[in-house]
Ligand binder design. Structure first.
Ligand code: HEM
Length: 217
């Protein structure tokens, strides 16, 4: 139905068009201000995402619409995903995007020999993959920090002698894999660590005061 509504610019599609227009104007102003600061020779390095995009775009023939659309992508891609990931982090461990779909742009053959015709829609279930015994063994439901750690070689000067080991993105596709991997993955992980560390610190302190237990994070 949305296609018809869009064609006649009516109902929800009309509202959506107004909101998108408003958002683009809002971000257009921010970009314009970032450009002014940049032209004035001030340092934009760490100001915000739009400033970084403007700085990186210098010298390239990128028009205003491209810059606004790129900023929209970052703002939209980073907000609900992080909120959702943090909510699940504190409740139980679920992926913020539980399932995803793709459409084959041409005929393809998968590594296991399966033939996929052009135009076929494929849905992969990230949540189900996270509970798969085949991928995570029969103890998939247990929280084993050791799954993600390996012993460092001796002679290291660090207090902690273990390294974090990431699983390959095809086994753990929370941020997608291959060319469409999330561009904000590192930002997301840093932001979430900051929030989690800040909150857990207080939470553990509460428990240690009332239960007399000693925790260390
Ligand atoms: C827990 C947080 C996040 C999760 C789970 C997540 C997940 C994903 C996934 C699954 C995709 C692939 C979409 C596709 O295949 O079309 C994606 C793409 C993308 N993400 Fe994230 N994301 C997160 C946070 C962020 C943040 C914080 C930013 C930016 C600051 C961001 C920016 C992007 C962008 C720009 C793309 C498009 C990449 C492309 O198509 O080339 N994401 N993300």
């Amino acid at each position: 139905m949305w296609k018809t509504k869009k064609l006649f610019n009516t109902e929800s599609e009309k509202t959506l068009a107004l909101i998108v227009d408003e958002l683009h104007k809002f971000l257009g102003n921010i970009i314009a201000k970032s450009k002014e600061i940049f032209v004035a020779g001030e340092d934009l390095e760490d100001k915000d995402v739009s400033a970084r995009i403007v700085r990186r775009a210098q010298g390239e023939q990128l028009d205003e619409t491209f810059l606004v659309n790129t900023t929209v992508s970052f703002v939209m891609a980073g907000q609900d995903t992080i909120c959702s990931a943090l909510t699940w982090f504190f409740w139980r461990l679920f992926p913020p995007i539980p399932l995803y779909s793709k459409e084959a742009v041409e005929d393809d053959i998968w590594p296991d020999g399966k033939k996929v015709k052009k135009g076929t829609s494929i849905i992969y279930h990230i949540f189900a993959m996270g509970t798969s015994q085949e991928l995570w063994s029969s103890d998939w439901a247990d929280f084993h920090l050791e799954r993600w750690l390996e012993r460092r070689k001796s002679g290291t000067s660090y207090n902690d002698d273990r390294n974090f080991i990431a699983r390959d993105p095809f086994t753990y596709p929370v941020f997608q894999a291959a060319p469409r991997t999330c561009l904000g993955k590192e930002i997301a992980v840093v932001l979430m660590k900051m929030v989690v560390a800040t909150i857990l610190k207080r939470f553990l302190l509460f428990y240690s005061v009332f239960l007399g237990t000693r925790f260390c994070i």
